[in-house]
Design a protein around this ligand. Structure first.
Ligand SMILES: Cc1cc2nc3c(=O)[nH]c(=O)nc-3n(C[C@H](O)[C@H](O)[C@H](O)COP(=O)(O)O)c2cc1C
Length: 172
């Protein structure tokens, strides 16, 4: 076990992935682990972090580009740090859609063969049709009802499990 400062980096478009990243950081802090949530695109380096959690929203079967770039840019540091990955999606609460979201997340992971995450999860997503911007604001999406399939209990439980999965030590 090592004293930890955990970076929870996130790639979001409309903010729901940021909210989950912040909930993960809060759950770790509650357990005595130093943690901070930051936009993946703004992270300049990983010095001082002993573990990394990366979260990305899923759009049209893909990760957000800044999540891929985060991994590529920080590859040499990440090769010697424990890493966990989560995805946001789907917007329909069915086992089939959750399975599909997991496949979208795994497809993105397969582009980084050097990475072996200690834990991977999808937590559902949020759709707010009134606030979609181009090119997401097409009629098919705008007609959909607002939804939020995020499973906050699963988020908090996963975050607590990260203490063991990432081998980080809490002060508690
Ligand atoms: C245009 C559009 C495309 C989406 N495509 C996918 C997808 O391919 N797979 C998936 O699981 N979720 C998909 N989603 C659901 C989003 O991942 C979900 O809304 C997520 O919470 C968005 O995260 P953000 O608020 O951090 O941007 C899509 C949502 C929209 C609006």
């Amino acid at each position: 076990m090592r004293m930890a400062s955990v970076l929870v980096a996130y790639a979001t478009k409309y903010g729901s992935t940021r909210e989950v990243a912040e909930a993960i950081a809060s759950a770790l802090i509650e357990r005595g682990v130093d943690a901070v949530a930051r936009p993946a695109g703004e992270v300049k380096g990983l010095e001082g972090y002993s573990a990394v959690v990366l979260g990305t929203a899923l759009y049209f079967f893909r990760w957000r580009r800044e999540a891929h770039r985060f991994l590529s840019r920080n590859r040499s540091a990440l090769e010697s740090l424990p890493v966990a990955v989560f995805g946001l999606g789907p917007i329909e609460d069915t086992p089939e859609q959750f399975q599909a979201a997991r496949e979208h997340l795994d497809k993105g992971l397969s582009k980084h063969k050097w990475l072996s995450p200690a834990s991977v999860a999808v937590f559902g997503g949020r759709l707010d049709p009134a606030h979609l911007r181009f090119p997401d604001n097409n009629p098919a999406f705008r007609r959909m009802a607002p939804s939020d399939t995020r499973d906050w209990d699963a988020v908090r439980s996963w975050a607590r499990g990260l203490i063991g999965a990432l081998g980080v030590e809490s002060e508690a």
